[in-house]
Each structure stands twice: as C-alpha cells, then as structure tokens.
Write a protein that binds this ligand. Structure first.
Ligand code: ASP
Length: 354
C-alpha cells in the first residue's frame, strides 16, 4: 500500500534517516509541480532525475533516490532507476517489452558515464538481456574498453552471470506484426484486420537518468530499445557517448531522446554540455541543441522537420532544464526529479507547434 506524506513530513523523515536506512518502498513523494516556471528550477542537494515526466517519473526516480538518500553510491542509484523501466514489460521503449527490430528481435542499447572519473561504458544491439544498463556499467568497470556490441556483448553479459531470455512480450509481438502487415500494399501481407491506425507511425522512446550526489558529483545513464522496427544491427544515439549521454563533472550531465540519427549528427549531449560550459542554462543549452539539429537539416535543403528530439540537462548550480524540437500545449517536454524537497516535474519549451 502506498502512503502519502506531506512535504514537511517527508523532509523531516529524510533528515532522520541514518546511513544504511532506506526510505520505505511504499512512500509516495509529495509532488511539487513547477510547470509554470519559464526559467530552469534548482534542485536541492542529492537528486535523481529522468526524462520521464508526471506519468512515470516518480516510479523511475524513487529507487535511485532511496539509494542516494541512504548514503549509497551515485552509480548504483542511476543504475537502479534505469532498471525500473528496463524490467517493466509494459514499457515498450526500453529493455524487456521494448519494440523489436524489423525481424521481431529486441536489440537494446545503453550507456553510462561517471562524472568524477570521466569513465564510461556502453552496449549496442544487445539481445536477450533485460537490463542493458547493468551490462554497460560492467563494461565501464570490468574492462578497459568502452563499447561492446551484438553477440559479443551478450557473451560478456553471460560471463557475468546474466541470463539470456526472450525479451519480446506478447504486446510487442502484436505491434510488430501489425506494423509488418501495414508496411506496404505491394507485398504478400494483408493489411491489419483492425485497420492501419497508428501502425504507420515509427515509435520511439528512451530514458535518460540524471544523477547528482550531495557532494555535487554527476552521473548519467541512457537506455533504449531504439527506433521501433529498425534495420537489424542499427544502433542509435543512446549508446554513443557524447550523443545520447554526456557527463562532465565540472559542468553537468545531459541526455537525449528521440530521432537518434539526428542527435548523433551533432553529438547532441556533448553539444549541450559545451553550451552550458560557455554559460547557457540547461534549458537554453538544450534549446540550442534543438536549433542546431534544425539548422543542419535546413542547410541540407530539408523544409519539413518530420522527426523529434528532446534534450534534458542539469548544471553545477543544480539548475535543471529540457527542450524539444516539436510539441504542443498537451505534449511538452518534461524532466522530473526527486530531491530532498520531494518529487518535481518541470516542463520546458519547444521550437515548433505540432
Ligand atoms: N534515441 C533513440 C534511438 O534513436 C530512440 C528514442 O529516443 O526514441 O535509438
């Protein structure tokens, strides 16, 4: 059973926690919505944030924050928060239950980066392992490499005791099959009995986890099943350090979601970090990355921007922000976090109305 706590009780409860104690798992963090602020809000002390907003944010951020608030390690905290969605069969964009490639095989990408050491690790096109973020961390900590991909990344995971499992849930299999049936009227597949509906859309989804400990160190993690129905072997921006994720302990942490090829073309998360280093706030830096993507597309003659990208970031002052290319009143970019004052959601801006 969940227990609602007031903000005051929550802060008092936190203050009373000694090292080694954990916030009870059922506690619902008091929500403080900051959607009306146009400038980037400030996080208070140690925090775990993510690119998930009101709907999933608290569920994702809470396990990581519990670890941090009980004196645990920042890397453990970001990893724990990432695995919430990776293990959730209902989430179709990350880990187990993620939408598969065009052949019906789920291929996962993930990256992790540690601020104090500037170390990083990543896996790409990893099959059969529910938690690619845990494998990315092992690449970072147990090898002197940064990337492992495909079958060899899977072998590495098995050596570390991971089980190879079928990651294609029934829900994902049906969506894949409908997509295939709806692909073309020139192949031998008949259209879905239910009609075309949304199956025409290429679904995407990823999660960025942003972490800051009480000493002001950063860590970040990005995990995804990538672009739905992609060509087998395709990896997007998520496992590419500098594209889907970047951390610089002197500046902050940034992550990206959305059309990965566009993010790679500008090394988006690195771009955001460098813009913050030059003095932009996180929200402004995320906006600048969106503008750069649009600019390079315009330069190559593209008139209609038919994709979306979103960036989230936090800087050394503890300001947090986000921005995306397309949006509307109902669908704005958000970033959520839990810090010592509770659960927060901040809504950023977007370049174009969609
Ligand atoms: N960025 C991910 C990729 O391109 C997908 C997404 O975030 O929607 O693989």
């Amino acid at each position: 059973m969940s227990t609602k706590v007031t903000r005051r009780k929550f802060v008092t409860a936190l203050a009373g926690l000694g090292a080694g104690s954990l916030l009870p798992a059922g506690v619902v963090f008091p929500a403080i919505k900051t959607s009306k602020t146009s400038s980037d809000p400030i996080v208070k002390g140690a925090m775990i944030g993510s690119s998930r907003g009101e709907k999933w944010g608290e569920k994702v951020n809470a396990p990581g924050y519990r670890i941090l608030s009980s004196g645990g390690k920042l890397l453990d905290a970001v990893e724990e928060s990432a695995t919430v969605t990776e293990l959730d069969p209902e989430d179709s964009s990350v880990g187990y239950g993620g939408l598969p490639n065009e052949q019906g095989v789920v291929q996962l990408d993930a990256s992790i980066m540690d601020g104090p050491t500037h170390n990083c690790g990543a896996v790409g096109a990893l099959e059969g392992i529910k938690t690619p973020s845990r494998v990315a961390r092992l690449v970072m900590e147990r090898t002197d490499h940064i990337y492992l991909v495909g079958k060899d990344a899977q072998k590495f995971a098995v050596m570390h005791g991971f089980k190879v499992e079928n990651l294609l849930t029934e829900k994902a299999r049906i969506r894949w099959l409908r997509w295939k049936e709806n692909m073309s009227d020139r192949d031998d597949w008949l259209p879905p009995a239910e009609g075309a509906e949304w199956y025409e859309k290429r679904l995407t989804g990823t999660i960025n986890i942003l972490g800051r400990d009480s000493e002001g160190n950063f860590a970040g993690l990005t995990t995804t099943s990538g672009l739905a129905f992609k060509i087998p072997g395709r990896i997007g921006d998520s496992p590419i350090i500098g594209a889907g994720l970047y951390v610089d302990n002197e500046v902050g942490v940034a992550g990206a979601t959305g059309r990965g090829e566009e993010v790679i073309r500008i090394l988006g998360s690195y771009f955001v970090i460098e813009e913050m280093r030059r003095g932009k706030s996180p929200g402004e830096a995320c906006k600048a990355a969106c503008e750069r993507i649009v600019a390079i597309n315009r330069r190559s003659g593209k008139k209609k921007i038919d994709f979306n990208d979103k960036f989230v970031a936090i800087n050394r002052k503890g300001q947090i922000g986000c921005y995306q290319i397309q949006g509307n009143k109902k669908w704005r970019p958000s970033v959520s976090w839990i810090d010592e004052s509770g659960f927060h959601v901040h809504y950023g801006g977007y370049l174009f109305e969609r």
